[in-house]
Write a protein that binds this ligand. Sequence first.
Ligand code: HEM
Length: 134
Amino acid sequence: MPSPDLCTEAEITVMVHAFYADVRRDPMLGPIFNEHVQDWDHHLAKLVDFWSSALRGTGRFSGTPMPKHAALPGLTPELFQRWLALFRETTAALPNRAMGEQAHMLAQRIARSLWYGYQLNRNPDAVPGDLARG
Ligand code: HEM
């Protein structure tokens, strides 16, 4: 359950900035993000809002993650697994363990649903595959 008691806004900002710094340096994910994200300040602010809504229940995020990801060409289960592995590293390093665990669990669920939706969008006639548990 999201709760403002789980963590502070400052902790969310630290988590999001640390994660995307790693993503941008990553050989698999970096090129995709660097190609599609023009304004990193805007992207980071959006993701802070997203995690603030997801973890603290602030309701601040207004976005459309499914169509945004469906529009990215060439996403694969390996890329989603890589995203999750990096996010797990970030969340494992957080001193606030309750926050780290909640964030990781939510990310796994959202990654699976994004991958599912991605396949339905891009390849509607095929049976969508599941994302292996990471
Ligand atoms: C292969 C894995 C992923 C890749 C390559 C990826 C890439 C991207 C890119 C390039 C954008 C910017 C799109 C744009 O502004 O047009 C974006 C937005 C976003 N991503 Fe991902 N992403 C991945 C997985 C995830 C996961 C697992 C989550 C959540 C746990 C997530 C959450 C978001 C959110 C909230 C946005 C902002 C959506 C919006 O502006 O409405 N992404 N992603």
